[in-house]
Ligand binder design. Structure first.
Ligand SMILES: [Zn+2]
Length: 232
């Protein structure tokens, strides 16, 4: 004899297994955060490159300033060593020195600006790096959490699977075949409770004789949707 209670229990276990599976699929493995971190790391590299370029540029300016300063020193030596008294040449050197002075002032101003800029950018990059580190920590925690949850759900899944197997082993082949067929065909709802005098799935009123048999725990199908009926 087909036991409707057994079928109902099997359906509950099946539902539990499906719910659990869905939870596993929906777990957040923190992939989004991983992408954000990877993007941030690229941005950080660009920031570092930019700073490096600025440093090289500034170094060139410093060398240029030094070379102009050496040039000035050489001119000043010629100007004041008294070996040349040609006013025109002396005047030309004087002008050249003035031009060099002006160049050096401009260069030094620029160097100073760059150095402040570098300092600011380095400070900024440091903060950015700290932020990435925080994200990395977050990611690490999330992955750990994900792995722990996943393991728990998989264990759960195995336990339910075992319970289903045990339960099916207790049932006769005919019951299992009927249940499996209806369960697959009827959207994973094979056994359905009566609601008043109607089927709890399709809500169609049922004939009295069917209701009576269901009350006596007899195996009965809804004459409309074909599901197995059970008394609440
Ligand atoms: Zn029905």
């Amino acid at each position: 004899m087909i036991s409707v209670r057994q079928l109902y229990k099997l359906q509950k276990l099946n539902d539990e297994f499906r719910d659990n599976d869905e939870k596993i699929l929906k777990l957040d493995n923190a992939d989004e955060l991983k992408k954000i971190i990877e993007e941030s790391e690229k941005t950080f590299s660009r920031k570092k490159e930019e700073i490096q370029k600025l440093k090289f540029k500034t170094k060139d300016m410093e060398l240029n300033s030094q070379s102009q300063s050496d040039q000035r020193k050489a001119l000043e030596k010629k100007l004041y060593d008294g070996k040349n008294n040609n006013p025109k040449e002396l005047c030309g050197w004087q002008k050249e020195i003035e031009q060099i002075n002006s160049n050096i002032i401009k260069l030094d101003d620029h160097i100073l600006e760059n150095m402040q800029d570098i300092e600011e950018k380095e400070e900024n990059a440091k903060k950015y790096d700290q932020k990435i580190n925080e994200l990395r920590n977050d990611y690490k925690n999330k992955v750990e959490e994900y792995n722990a949850l996943r393991e728990k759900l998989i264990n759960n899944s195995n336990e339910i699977k075992k319970m289903i197997e045990d339960h099916r082993a207790q049932m006769d082949t005919e019951s299992i075949e009927i249940f499996d067929r209806i369960y697959d065909q009827k959207d994973h709802l094979a056994v359905v409770k009566l609601e008043e005098k109607s089927c709890g799935a399709c809500y169609r009123s049922l004939p009295e004789d069917i209701i009576k048999k269901v009350f006596h725990r007899e195996f009965q199908l809804c004459n409309n949707c074909g599901r197995i009926l059970i008394q609440d």
